[in-house]
Design a protein around this ligand. Structure first.
Ligand code: NCD
Length: 308
């Protein structure tokens, strides 16, 4: 049984296979319209979501399957005190594959220990978000044509941002990537990433506080929202929330082929004026998320398109 809990569950070969399949799906959607007929995806979302849940659901529907699930903990038996294990065991009686988002780190892993259908981690607390990572990798490959040899700046809440943590882990297997971490001191990447990923693999990285200072060097900038729901007190959030706002002025010194990524939702960290700039990739990125989730669902369910 295969699950997707951590981005490192995927080898570089797995990633290539999934991204290639996602490309084929977007080029020839008609080939894939029935491949998941009679299969059901359950989306168990104990935390808010727009893109992740809806792109999972759209993905399954476009593969000819069906979807069921809930979109908040309040509307599930979690509100009555049910454990993750019991919820997962129950849903496994009704569905063929589960995508789960939970505020507690490790919850999808716990669920995976109790069921014999694939579990996909759709975000666990401040920890991992492997399907956003697949989305980001597909976006980088589509925008840049490669997954190596570039300078990437991660900007904003690098402490609590699970999409940042997962993407850094996944990218650490590719060659010649320069990492620049742009954040206030209090929102720097966690120590475990510095030690277990960068230091252990001998990968250099820089930490800076000002985005202007490094803008001309960047091939990719990965913007993030300050993760209000993971702060221990509101005053710290209010103090840090406007640390970075990417606007047209800050892009003046940027490369002409810079790619601006953001997992979304955006609060105010990218000015809406930037949306018109061809370097803004974040809505294309949201679309890529559907294609790569279609590929992942097919892969975990072991289905393929019949070749004639
Ligand atoms: C992200 C998440 O949930 O971690 N959103 C997403 O899945 N696209 C980013 C965020 O909430 O800031």
């Amino acid at each position: 049984m295969r699950h997707l809990i951590d981005p490192m569950d995927l080898s570089v070969e797995d990633i290539d296979r999934l991204l290639n399949l996602a490309d084929d799906i977007s080029k020839h959607p008609e080939k894939y319209r029935e491949v998941c007929r009679y299969k059901k995806l359950a989306t168990l979302f104990f935390e808010p979501s727009t893109r992740t849940r809806l792109s999972f659901e759209a993905a399954m529907l476009e593969l000819g399957g069906s979807v069921l699930g809930f979109s908040s903990a309040d509307s599930s038996s979690a509100a009555k005190g049910e454990s993750i294990a019991d919820t997962a065991r129950t849903v496994a009686c009704y569905a063929d594959i589960i995508a789960m988002r939970h505020p507690k780190e490790g919850a999808p892993y716990v669920a995976s220990q109790f069921v014999d259908i694939p579990i996909i981690n759709a975000g666990d607390g401040g920890h991992n978000h492997p399907t956003q990572t697949l989305t980001d990798l597909l976006t980088i490959r589509r925008e840049k044509g490669r997954l190596d040899h570039f300078t990437i700046g991660f900007c904003g809440d690098l402490k609590f941002g699970r999409t940042v943590h997962s993407l850094i882990k996944a990218l650490s297997r590719y060659d010649d990537i320069n990492y620049i971490m742009i954040s206030p001191e209090e929102l720097q990447i966690p120590e475990y990433l510095k030690k277990d990923v960068f230091e252990r693999k001998g990968i250099p990285f820089r930490e800076v506080e000002k985005m202007e200072e490094v803008m001309p060097e960047l091939d990719i900038i990965y913007m993030t929202r300050v993760q209000r729901e993971r702060f221990f007190n509101e005053a710290d959030y209010v103090r840090l929330k406007d640390s970075y706002i990417l606007d047209m002025d800050k892009l003046k010194n940027a490369k002409e082929d810079l790619s601006i990524l953001h997992p979304l939702p955006r609060v105010n960290e990218i000015s809406v004026k930037v949306d018109q700039d061809p370097r803004a990739c974040y809505f294309r990125q949201a679309l890529n998320g559907k294609h790569v989730r279609m590929a992942l669902i097919m892969d975990l369910l072991g289905v393929s398109a019949d070749e004639d």
